[in-house]
Design a protein around this ligand. Structure first.
Ligand code: SF4
Ligand code: SF4
Length: 169
C-alpha cells in the first residue's frame, strides 16, 4: 500500500513538472509545416520516402522537397499544397497526369483460409486497416487500406495479395 502511494505521488509530481515545463518552454512548431501536414492524407505509409506525413511536410518547407511525392494524395493534394505555397504546379501535375492516367491504386486482401492469426500484419499497418485478434483470422478493411503494401512483407504464410483497382484522379 505504501509503495502504491509513493508511486502515485511520484507520478503526480512528474506529471506536474512536465506540464509546467511545457507551459514555460512551449515546443515551437512551424505553422506552415502544420498547414501542409493537414493537407496530406495522414496515411503514414512512407511511400513519399519519408517516415510519415509530418516528416514529408517538414521536408517540403525546410528542404525544398518536391510536392509530388505523396502517392495516395495524388494530384489533388499536390494542387492544394502548391496553392498554399504559391507554387506553379502546372508542370508537375501535367507530368503526373501523363504518366499515371488512370492512376492504379492497389489495396490488399487476406486469403482468410490461410491466415494463422499471427497478427503481424495488423501491427505493421500504418492506418489500422487490418482487423482481427491474435490467434484468430484477420481481414482488411478495404476503405481504409492505402495500398502501401507494408503488411505483405510481414506475413509469414504469404496470404496477403494485392488487388489492383483503376481510378481516375
Ligand atoms: S506518401 Fe503521403 S500519405 Fe504516405 S506518408 Fe507520405 S505524405 Fe503521408
Ligand atoms: S497495404 Fe496493408 S499495411 Fe498498407 S494500408 Fe493496406 S492493409 Fe495497411
Amino acid at each position: 500500500m505504501i509503495i502504491i502511494t509513493v508511486f502515485s505521488l511520484l507520478s503526480f509530481l512528474l506529471g506536474f513538472i512536465l506540464s509546467y515545463t511545457n507551459y514555460i518552454f512551449p515546443i515551437k512548431t512551424d505553422p506552415v509545416i502544420n498547414k501542409v501536414n493537414s493537407i496530406l492524407p495522414q496515411s503514414q505509409c512512407a511511400q513519399c520516402g519519408y517516415a510519415g506525413c509530418y516528416p514529408y511536410a517538414k521536408a517540403i518547407i525546410e528542404k525544398n522537397e518536391k510536392t509530388d511525392k505523396c502517392i495516395p494524395g495524388g494530384v489533388e493534394v499536390i494542387s492544394k499544397i502548391n496553392k498554399l505555397l504559391n507554387l506553379n504546379d502546372s508542370i508537375e501535375i501535367e507530368e503526373i497526369n501523363v504518366q499515371n492516367t488512370p492512376v492504379v491504386y492497389t489495396t490488399v486482401k487476406i486469403d482468410e483460409k490461410n491466415c494463422v492469426g499471427c497478427s503481424k500484419c495488423a501491427s505493421f499497418c500504418p492506418v489500422d486497416a487490418i482487423v482481427g485478434a491474435p490467434s484468430f483470422m484477420h481481414t482488411v478493411v478495404q476503405e481504409f487500406c492505402t495500398g502501401c503494401n507494408i503488411c505483405l512483407f510481414h506475413c509469414p504464410t504469404n496470404c496477403i495479395k494485392i488487388i489492383k483497382e483503376d481510378r481516375l484522379c
